[in-house]
Design a protein around this ligand. Structure first.
Ligand code: DX5
Ligand code: ZN
Length: 214
C-alpha cells in the first residue's frame, strides 16, 4: 500500500492545517524547509512544529531544500521524525547523510527535475529514500512534470539492479488524476490538492485508491 505524505507549504493557516493533517488518514506530515538560497523562498516551520509537538502524533517526513542543511538536521532530529531528506545537488552530501544516520533517522536524497538518477549511485548503501521532484522545488501548487514518470521507472530499475531497498517518493503537483500514473512509488507527497480542500480525508483516500489501481 502506498503511503501519503501531506505538505502544508501552500497552507494559508499552517498551525490549523498541521493539526488537520495530523488528524487525517495521512501517513506522514511532509515538512518543506526553504533557505532562500537553494530555492528562492525562505521559511522556518520548526518553531511552529515544536509549539505543536505535544499535539502531533504523526511522524514527520522532512524535506530540506537548503544549501547547508546542518542546523535543521540537528533541529528536526529532536522531533518525531522518520525521514530527513537532503538534496543530491549539494556539495558534501556524505557529511549530511552521515549525520542523519548518526541520529538513527532514515535518510533521503532528493533529485531535482534536471538531476540524473545516476548521481545517487555512490551513496546507495546509506540511502533509505529517493525523493523524485516532479516540479522545480520552492513553491506549492505547480504542475506535475510529465517526464517524471519515465524517471521513476528508470530509478526503480536502477535500485533493483543495485539491490537497494530504498523507497521511492514523488513530490510536486500530485492530484487524484496524476496519482494514477505513479507506479513503483512508495510514498506520494501532496500539498495543495489536500490542503486547499475542505475534506482532507476524501482527497487522501482518492490519492491512495488511484495510486493503487495497477
Ligand atoms: C515543492 C515542495 C512540495 C510541494 C508539494 O518545493 O517540495 O512538497 O509543496 O505541494 P504541491 O502538491 O502543491 O505541489
Ligand atoms: Zn517537499
Amino acid at each position: 500500500m502506498k503511503k501519503i505524505s501531506v505538505s502544508f507549504l501552500s497552507s494559508k493557516n499552517e498551525e490549523r492545517d498541521i493539526l488537520r493533517i495530523n488528524a487525517s488518514t495521512a501517513d506522514y506530515i511532509h515538512v518543506d524547509v526553504m533557505d532562500g538560497k537553494f530555492v528562492r523562498k525562505k521559511n522556518k516551520p520548526f518553531k511552529k512544529l515544536v509549539k505543536l509537538s505535544s499535539s502531533i502524533t504523526k511522524r514527520l517526513d522532512v524535506h530540506l531544500m537548503e544549501k547547508n542543511p546542518l542546523k535543521n538536521i540537528n533541529y528536526y532530529a529532536s522531533l518525531n521524525t522518520e525521514y530527513i531528506t537532503v538534496h543530491a545537488e549539494l556539495e558534501n552530501l556524505n557529511k549530511y547523510l552521515d549525520l542523519i544516520k548518526e541520529y538513527g533517522i532514515k535518510c533521503g536524497v532528493a533529485l531535482n527535475p534536471d538531476t540524473d538518477i545516476e548521481v545517487i549511485i555512490p551513496y546507495l548503501s546509506k540511502i533509505d529514500l529517493v525523493l523524485v521532484m516532479s516540479v522545480n522545488p520552492g513553491y506549492g501548487g505547480q504542475t506535475f512534470i510529465d517526464s517524471t514518470t519515465k524517471k521513476i521507472l528508470k530509478l526503480k530499475k536502477l535500485l533493483v539492479s543495485k539491490k537497494s531497498k530504498a523507497k521511492i517518493s514523488v513530490d510536486g503537483g500530485i492530484n487524484g488524476e496524476i496519482a494514477k500514473r505513479l507506479d513503483f512509488v512508495d510514498i506520494i507527497v501532496s500539498g495543495s490538492y489536500v490542503v486547499e480542500s475542505d475534506d482532507f480525508d476524501e482527497q487522501i483516500e482518492t490519492l491512495r485508491k488511484n495510486a493503487s489501481k495497477k
